[in-house]
Design a protein around this ligand. Structure first.
Ligand code: KIV
Length: 273
């Protein structure tokens, strides 16, 4: 089934939960396309899982474009969303528009923008110009320094009420879906109930309209574990390590390559060279 923005915006309540995941390159894109997720996100989590950096704020526009262009050719069924990297929204309207246009021109069907109140104007302007936006509230990693670390958000009545307000405002501004990261489950459930667009939870309990996770954390390939994902769903690292040590052993023991795995030259052709 081919999924586009209007399908997500109007995801029926009786339909099964939306499942979303990140991808950054050809192998991850091929794997997620085979698995058939509704949404694939080229996330700025690439800063951490691909480049080994501490924060997503370090991933620039050129880099997200490289990942988007690597993924785009292999995603045809899922909705492909790209993260707005840290920078353009913080700098200004023109920069935000230029960045969003560049992402859509490179094949993103929508852009994901972090933040509530401060991002609202930008989101409204983009959606008014036909650029589809996914919101992102709660633990917004691009605000890690303001938040004082990667920790649960929306605890306490005041903070919970602000996030609910932000979610309603994002919907009003034209967002077609909202990621809710690390919110208490009852708050995520309440927001999900109040919105007509779907929520995608990550560390926000099961009562969101769907879930989103990072590829490497799901498959167990040098990913991270969290309270909301104590164990990966697979163990790719073990397969990779096994393949690498078999390759090394076979070469060291003279078993690879085998005679029929190379090309011959007749004795007349080699003699006397
Ligand atoms: O960058 C990312 O991967 C994300 C998801 C975790 C939602 O924003």
């Amino acid at each position: 089934m081919v999924i586009r923005v209007p399908d997500i915006r109007a995801w029926p309540p009786e339909a099964s939960p939306l499942v979303a995941i990140t991808a950054y390159d050809r192998p991850s894109a091929l794997a997620v396309e085979r698995a058939g997720f509704e949404i694939v996100l080229v996330g700025d989590s690439a800063a951490q899982v691909i480049h080994g950096r501490k924060h997503t704020t370090s991933l620039g526009m050129e880099e997200i474009l490289i990942h988007l262009k690597a993924v785009r050719p292999f995603i045809s069924h899922s909705l492909l969303v790209a993260d707005m990297p840290f920078g353009p929204v913080q700098v200004g309207d023109r920069e935000t528009k230029e960045a969003a246009v560049a992402l859509v021109a490179a094949g993103a069907e929508a852009v994901k923008i972090e933040g509530g109140d401060a991002s609202l104007g930008a989101i409204r302007r983009l959606t008014n110009h036909g650029i589809e936006v996914m919101g992102h509230l709660g633990l917004t990693p691009q605000s890690v320094h303001t938040l004082g670390g990667y920790k649960v958000q929306g605890t306490g009545r005041k903070a919970a009420s602000q996030i609910l307000k932000d979610a309603l405002a994002l919907e009003q501004a034209g967002a077609f879906a909202i990621v809710l990261e690390c919110l208490p489950a009852p708050l995520a459930a309440l927001i999900t109930k109040r919105l007509s667009i779907p929520t995608l939870g990550i560390g926000s309990g099961s009562r969101c309209r769907g879930q989103i996770l990072v590829f490497h954390d799901v498959v167990g390939w040098e990913g991270s574990s969290f309270k909301f994902l104590p164990h990966p769903f697979g163990d790719v690292s073990q397969h990779v390590d096994g393949a690498l040590s078999r390759y090394k052993k076979e070469v060291q023991e003279g078993n690879y390559p085998e005679p029929d795995q190379s090309w011959e030259l007749s004795p007349e052709e080699i003699e006397g060279l």
